[in-house]
Design a protein around this ligand. Structure first.
Ligand code: AHG
Ligand code: MN
Ligand code: MN
Ligand code: MN
Length: 336
């Protein structure tokens, strides 16, 4: 059946989203246009990542960003590409990027109804050694044509209309949710199109993997320490779990979605709010997790219920398989 393996009826990401949106009579095709511009940004970054070593794109750009991090050349390039792609879509009114201190208010002539929050290049520390990195995005919609303000993006994650990420890994994979399930698309480089390869992703109910930067263990709180201890030395006779930690949130979350288990960036004494940023890291990934049947918890509450007060706010995050996050929630509840 060799010929059967050849796809002839191609479900491109554009076709898929057009199908989805056609169920809404009020849909004007704006979302599809916005998504096409995001896809263009992802393709550009993918191609830059693939030739980084050849095109002198490795190394530092020389600036420190608002996060206090040294920007890599690819952080700066990806940020520029996404801002230009999003503004030129004519469908956005306010943009928040990890790399920019202030939100970008789109000029009136190019405005649309969507707010996009994004991490243009996630996993910067992995760029120079060729390990998987990614882009993360979340999308809100404003209700009317009022002058855009920060209040439009300082919204709980459950108000997002869509979220996704693109992973620049052994293949280039875009994972998207518009609030009803999660779907994965793989870039066919010969076509330049993302093709549906992972329809309706469901995270396993329970996993065999945990993922955390254990180098911070001495500064963890009780419940985090206890959970990781249980992963290694289970008290109920179940097998111990495997540890996997890449250090790129996109890659660690992607593996967690497909294989199950937990990914966490907990609070520690040095960073009481953890490291990951609420708007463009915690929210989009939590939105995807819930839409795939998993959970996302901050140590105090459902992550998607958080109300950010500043655009670069951070939060501890525990996300993954439904049962595994239940276990973490129980440990925090026991703590009181
Ligand atoms: P970014 O590269 O966008 O700044 O994000 C880095 C994040 C995230 O990708 C990853 O989960 C985390 O940093 C890893 O942090 P540690 O090196 O502290 O483990
Ligand atoms: Mn960064
Ligand atoms: Mn990041
Ligand atoms: Mn980043």
């Amino acid at each position: 059946h060799a010929a059967d393996a050849r796809r002839t009826d191609l479900m491109t990401i554009t076709r898929f989203v057009l199908n989805e949106q056609s169920k809404y009579p009020e849909s004007r095709g704006d979302f599809t246009i916005l998504l096409n511009h995001i896809v263009l940004g992802c393709k550009f970054v993918c191609s830059s990542v693939n030739k980084a070593g050849l095109a002198k794109l490795i190394g530092l750009a020389g600036e420190i960003n608002i996060q206090g991090e040294e920007q890599k050349k690819l952080d700066v390039l990806s940020n520029e590409v996404f801002i230009k792609a999003l503004v030129s879509s004519g469908r956005t009114c306010i943009l928040v990027s990890e790399e920019d201190e202030d939100a970008i208010i789109v000029e009136p002539s190019k405005r649309g109804r969507y707010c996009v929050v994004f991490d243009p290049l996630d996993g910067s520390s992995n760029i120079d050694c060729g390990v998987s990195i990614g882009t993360i995005f979340g999308i809100y919609m404003v209700k009317d044509d009022h002058e855009p303000t920060l209040a439009d993006v300082l919204q709980p994650g459950k108000q997002m209309v869509a979220a996704g990420y693109c992973m620049y890994g052994s293949s280039c994979t875009l994972v998207l949710s518009t609030g009803k399930g999660v779907n994965g698309f793989t870039l066919d480089p010969s076509l330049g199109e993302f093709i549906l390869t992972h329809p309706d992703i469901r995270i396993p109910k329970k996993g065999k993997i945990y993922s955390v930067n254990e180098g911070n263990a001495k500064d963890w709180d009780g419940p985090t320490a206890k959970y990781v201890e249980n992963c290694k030395f289970p008290k109920d006779g179940s097998p111990s779990k495997s540890l996997r930690y890449i250090g790129s949130m996109v890659a660690d979350v992607h593996r967690t979605l497909l294989y199950g288990g937990t990914f966490m960036y907990p609070a520690d004494k040095k960073s009481p709010s953890g490291k990951l940023r609420v708007l463009y890291e915690v929210f989009p990934m939590s939105f995807l997790m819930e839409n795939a049947g998993g959970q996302a918890f901050t140590g105090k509450q459902r992550a998607l219920d958080l109300v950010p007060t500043k655009i670069h706010d951070r939060s501890p995050i525990f996300l993954g398989s439904y049962d595994d996050i239940e276990e973490i929630k129980a440990l925090y509840a026991a703590e009181g």
